[in-house]
Design a protein around this ligand. Structure first.
Ligand code: TYD
Length: 196
């Protein structure tokens, strides 16, 4: 299973992935936890550039895709081949939501680049942790570039994810505003049990 986790800032993805990994360990499911941008040596180097430098939106898009090509070939594909589940913090849907729906780069071009960078492999399941952006931004302690873009940008990102969710059968939207981390994890585990 190739499972991705998406959401706007401060939605609790990292906590969920940590808790879920512990649960999968208990259940004896071999798995790998990874993230984008990053997840392999070169991709982590590219991540530093993306998150710390100012750049043209197209440069940014190409760097996310470059990092993805590295990450997919060196980390994701080998783990899937070994029969591991891969839990990936953000993937191609983030590029559509942030660079496409929010930044305004043409979606068809992003879809093409996404397909190339990920060797046409789509996630089997994608969990979108949905949270009103004001709540998420209030939680984010060390704002990165996208968080500093503010609430209007984040709203476009969220709307983008919800649009994608309408079209993609693999999407599971979890409304997290009234749930504690254990409850979010429980919902995900319940869904994943179907595949164990
Ligand atoms: P990170 O600090 O890991 O944020 P988070 O914990 O919210 O995942 O930074 C990753 C940032 O990169 C995040 O703001 C979303 C953004 N991003 C894109 O804009 N496009 C992409 O394709 C990916 C993978 C991430």
């Amino acid at each position: 299973m190739f499972i991705t986790f998406e959401g706007t800032e401060g939605c609790g993805k990292s906590t969920l992935i940590r808790n879920l990994s512990t649960r999968l360990q208990t259940l004896g499911v071999p798995h790998l936890v990874t993230r984008e941008p990053g997840g392999s040596r070169t991709a982590e180097e590219i991540r530093k550039v993306i998150l710390n430098e100012e750049m043209d939106p197209l440069t940014e898009l190409f760097l996310y895709e470059a990092a993805r090509a590295e990450h997919f070939r060196n980390t994701i594909a080998p783990a899937l081949k070994q029969g591991k589940w891969v839990l990936c913090d953000r993937f191609t849907d983030s590029t559509l939501a942030y660079q496409g729906y929010a930044r305004g780069i043409a979606l068809p071009m992003i879809r093409t680049l996404n397909r190339i960078a990920s060797h046409r492999k789509s996630p089997d399941l994608t969990f979108f942790l949905d949270l009103p952006v004001e709540i998420g931004l209030a939680r984010a302690s060390d704002p990165n570039r996208f968080e500093r873009e503010g609430v209007e940008f984040q709203k476009k990102v969220r709307k983008g994810f919800l649009e994608i969710a309408k079209k993609e059968k693999r999407f599971r939207v979890i409304r997290v505003s009234k749930l504690d981390p254990d409850q979010v994890c429980e919902k995900v585990v319940r869904e994943l049990r179907k595949y164990l």
